[in-house]
Design a protein around this ligand. Structure first.
Ligand SMILES: *Cc1c(COP(=O)(O)O)cnc(C)c1O
Length: 610
């Protein structure tokens, strides 16, 4: 895994220089530099960094590729995009999306009442709002209010019932009527983990029969002129472009048919989201088999072709890609708290003055004389001795100190052998490496910060922020600080992660998890009552960087409050119990009370040296 697969997943957003990973932008600060600046303010625990310039890059990329394809294909419709709020509704992410997207008239998509309220308050004037998902009369009325308030809003109906409600609201009030979209139920299906949005049994969308019914209904109520959009969404993280092409053909033909049936104001096709992000660290193109260039060309070309064949005016194109826009903008940084085999450091050897068992003496020699030439032979001897020593221990012939010495010596021999042969390890050494994997305890919760790893096995690129001048040799599994055995990213020999052997008593070691900006924050859960990490926005300029928008991780008392406890009562109970206890001086009592107050105001992540 050269450079931790940086060339595969990072899209040139980061580079390695001077042994550190740096932002490949303007003044090019290193992630370590940013992390250390934040930690100098006594911040501990995991940190989430947002980089607005990476959102801008994605928005610009999306628009420019579509604009290019439109020019090349002489396509007559326009390109429009909205950001689906469900992908990341957090204030500083949305602030970055709307500010960076303003020049493109980038809008927002809402899938629930709360998201619609958010969209109505955050969409720049003139930009589009699209509304998907199941809607009741209230949500539909909200759509009318948005239209009345000047928003360019399209309510996409997921079923005939919603259309009937729109007609009902239109009859009951004189508010401006929003544009209407129809989500079509495609027979072609998507591909990839998240592809559940297509097919005959799909959760969403109208069948051909229902579409015809809808047109009749709109005609008979004189509302057909509000029908403006045909919509589909074939699922997130599309691995393959073929299903999209099938969906485009299907939806394109439905569009053309509707125009022929008299829907004269119908002018847009919304192709939903689904643009995939490369999360892989080991091999190219396993997450997706297409580029943004191919994606945009295919969409524009196919729609043009279908419309030309049916002699229908080219529709405006809408996309709702979310993951593609925000995944790369956020990086999770976690300190490593502990390496479990640090227990095997050579300095912990406690050899006996008056003689060690003969096999231990031999291990001492092997450890001393191990070299490039004899390494494999000595390694075999050491492993053999270890077996014998463990048997001797079980039979009562050697004591616990001997056993500890043996474990330390053998561990060191294996480590040295791995190091000596790191350039071209034998199969045996590689297997040993896997067996001897190091467990890195990270100060974070996988449930909170990487929920798709826990729920779907989604891999996120991970690498250390520093030490990148030296080859990492320890096969690594990552353990989080929840007490749940699922809070572990195990070592996978197929897609191995190797990390450095660092002495955490002497230095810090930080890991970065990348492409965590889509879905992870809202899906994150408070397992063990760990809440969201400290969060910062980092703006990078030509000479420097600035850290703004600090959002502190919730304090312990506020975590308890958020699930319904009375935090005053809890604190008072703790204080009263301590105050009425015996056998310590008033001074110590006061000091301890003060400590207690501090503890409950901190977040729940660990505050050891790291
Ligand atoms: C979830 C969703 C999206 C966003 O999908 P991404 O894969 O994140 O691009 C877009 N449109 C609809 C209707 C959705 O449900």
């Amino acid at each position: 895994m050269k450079n931790f697969g940086l060339d595969i997943w990072s899209n040139k957003n980061f580079i390695i220089e001077d042994g550190q990973i740096k932002l490949n932008y303007k003044s090019m600060p290193s992630l370590l530099q940013i992390t250390e600046q934040i930690r100098s303010q006594d911040i501990r625990g995991p940190i989430l960094l947002r980089f607005p310039h990476l959102i801008k890059k994605q928005i610009r990329g999306l628009y420019s590729y579509f604009d290019k394809a439109i020019k090349i294909n002489n396509y007559q419709g326009s390109f429009n995009a909205v950001f689906p709020l469900k992908v990341n509704q957090f204030p500083h992410a949305i602030e970055a999306v709307t500010s960076q997207g303003a020049q493109y008239n980038y809008g927002l998509e809402a899938g629930s009442k709360a998201e619609l309220i958010l969209a109505m308050s955050k969409t720049p004037n003139g930009a589009n709002i699209t509304v998907n998902g199941f809607k009741d009369k209230e949500m539909i009325t909200l759509g009318f209010i948005a239209a009345q308030s000047g928003h360019n809003i399209t309510l996409t109906i997921e079923g005939l019932g919603e259309l009937e409600t729109i007609i009902e609201v239109a009859n009951e009030c004189s508010l401006k009527i929003p544009n209407i979209g129809i989500r079509v139920r495609l027979h072609s299906v998507g591909s990839g983990t998240w592809a559940k949005s297509g097919g005959m049994d799909a959760k969403f969308g109208l069948t051909a029969t229902e579409i015809i019914e809808a047109i009749k209904l709109l005609k008979s109520t004189n509302l057909l002129q509000y029908l403006s959009m045909v919509h589909f969404h074939i699922g997130s993280q599309m691995a393959d472009i073929a299903p999209l092409k099938r969906a485009l053909r299907e939806a394109g033909n439905i569009y053309a048919e509707l125009r022929r049936m008299g829907a004269n104001e119908l002018n847009s096709i919304n192709i939903g989201g689904g643009l995939a992000v490369e999360y892989d660290q080991h091999t190219h193109s396993t997450s997706r088999n297409y580029s943004i260039d191919e994606f945009s060309s295919s969409v524009v070309f196919l729609l043009g072709e279908i419309m030309d064949a049916k002699d229908v005016k080219h529709p405006n194109i809408f996309t709702e890609s979310g993951r593609f826009i925000v995944a790369s903008h956020a990086v999770l940084i976690t300190p490593v708290l502990e390496l479990f085999t640090q227990d095997y450091q050579e300095k912990l050897l406690n050899l006996k003055e008056n003689g060690n068992p003969p096999l231990i003496e031999e291990l001492i020699e092997l450890n001393k004389l191990l070299s490039n030439q004899n390494c494999i032979e000595y390694l075999h001897d050491a492993l053999d001795h270890m077996e014998s020593l463990l048997t001797l221990f079980d039979l009562g012939y050697i004591d616990l100190q001997d056993r500890s010495n043996a474990e330390i010596l053998v561990h060191n021999i294996i480590k040295k052998a791995l190091y000596l042969k790191s350039a071209n390890p034998t199969d045996e050494l590689e297997q040993l490496q896997v067996k001897l994997q190091e467990r890195y305890l990270i100060n974070a919760s996988i449930f909170q910060s990487l929920p798709d790893y826990w729920g779907l096995g989604q891999h996120f690129p991970v690498m250390p922020l520093h030490h990148l001048n030296s080859t990492p040799l320890r096969a690594a599994s990552l353990w989080d600080i929840t007490c749940d055995s699922d809070g572990e990213i195990g070592f996978n020999p197929e897609k191995p992660l190797y990390l450095h052997d660092v002495n955490l008593d002497e230095e810090d070691y930080f890991l970065g998890f990348f492409n965590v900006g889509a879905y992870q924050e809202t899906l994150g859960m408070n397992h063990n009552l760990f809440t969201h990490p400290h969060e910062y926005t980092v703006n990078i300029n030509d000479t420097n960087f600035e850290i703004v928008n600090e959002v502190e991780s919730k304090s312990i008392l506020n975590i308890l409050k958020s699930i319904g406890y009375d935090k005053e009562k809890i604190l008072n109970k703790l204080k009263t119990d301590l105050s009425s206890s015996d056998f310590i001086t008033q001074k110590e009592k006061d000091d301890t009370l003060a400590k207690l107050e501090t503890f409950v105001q901190q977040n729940g992540y660990l505050r050891t040296t790291n």
